[in-house]
Write a protein that binds this ligand. Structure first.
Ligand code: NAD
Length: 295
């Protein structure tokens, strides 16, 4: 069993840390919010005075933070305090540029860095069924693999520094586009007098089949249970989809790749998340699309 420092105990971080603790690891944790620290304390974890104090004797350092700027600030604090040879695993979803900087900073100090964003959401974090998309060296991946297996059901080693973040934003860009496509199809079907059930029965078994239709259908009462059946409570919040679409546009601009559908998806989620979609699941964009003016 290992000493693990865990920084960032929010909606995702706390349940991930709880699963590591349950597996018998020794957890020393920190979050800037007192309430988050208290929850971790109630789970039997040791609370550090600050992030740097958490990492001293840790073999593994895991961060689960809101964005790249914060992740880099935390790395600036913890990297100099960490033990040489420790693995430092950033599970936050951040921009590829910051992820690469974090790798450089940690490697220069003799640490083994990984960018390892996740999919599976809060439910997957609690159940220990996350998927990890991992960028970094083979040695770092092999070292961290048992922890990924405790917190998740699958860890894919995508390549070198930053490729975990690249995989995450490419997947979520496609998801945003496909969800909008599914919503447009169901909204048009309704206006054409085709029932949602008939549309589902055809599309889910035809060439339009995709995860957004078959598994996470945006229409209430159709297909397997999904946030549509629970008044669009997240699930995966529209704001988080907007964040990931923003990261994919930033990355596309940096490498000069045209992503017109991704750009359009970001604009639509921007309008939805800043209006009626605030606090709603990303599949709720069907309601917005049904009432939006044709353009
Ligand atoms: P959250 O806001 O609930 O948690 C982030 C935590 O980091 C907060 O508790 C905050 O106090 C803490 N924090 C901020 N600055 C800090 C600092 N300097 N030092 C220590 N702690 C600090 O967010 P979340 O939902 O847990 O998401 C975390 C990351 O996971 C994000 O990058 C998000 O995009 C990604 N993600 C979230 C989901 C989801 O469904 N919530 C799914 C996949 C990926």
């Amino acid at each position: 069993m290992s000493r693990i420092a865990f920084i960032g105990l929010g909606n995702m971080g706390l349940p991930m840390a709880v699963n590591l603790k349950k597996a018998g690891h020794d957890l020393v944790v920190y979050d800037t919010i007192a309430a988050a620290r208290e929850k971790a304390g109630a789970e039997g974890m040791t609370i550090a005075e600050n992030a740097a104090a958490a990492v001293g004797n840790a073999a593994f350092i895991i961060t689960m933070l809101p964005n790249g700027a914060i992740a880099l600030r935390v790395f600036e604090d913890v990297v100099p305090a960490a033990r040489k040879g420790a693995a430092i695993i950033d599970c936050s979803t951040i921009d590829v540029g910051s992820a690469k900087k974090a790798h450089e900073m940690a490697s220069a100090a003799g640490l083994l860095p990984l960018d390892a964003p996740v999919s599976g959401g809060i439910g997957g974090a609690a159940a220990g069924t996350l998927t990890f998309m991992v960028g970094g060296s083979d040695a770092a991946f092999e070292m961290a693999k048992p922890l990924f297996d405790t917190m998740g059901q699958k860890a894919v080693h995508c390549g070198e520094a930053g490729t975990g973040q690249a995989a995450k934003i490419c997947n979520n860009m496609l998801l945003g586009i496909s969800m909008i496509g599914a919503c447009e199809a169901f909204a048009l079907a309704e206006k054409l007098g085709l029932s949602a059930q008939a549309a589902f029965d055809v599309i889910s078994t035809s060439s339009g089949a995709c995860w957004s239709v078959n598994t996470y259908c945006p229409v209430p009462g159709i297909g397997p249970q999904s946030p549509a059946d629970n008044d669009y409570k997240p699930g995966f919040a529209a704001e988080l989809m907007l964040k990931d679409l923003g990261l994919s546009q930033e990355a596309a601009a940096q490498v000069g790749q045209s992503t017109p559908m991704g750009l359009n998806a970001r604009q639509l989620y921007d309008r939805f998340a800043s209006g009626s979609g605030a606090g709603k699941d990303f599949s709720g964009i069907i309601e917005y699309l049904k009432t939006a003016a044709r353009s």
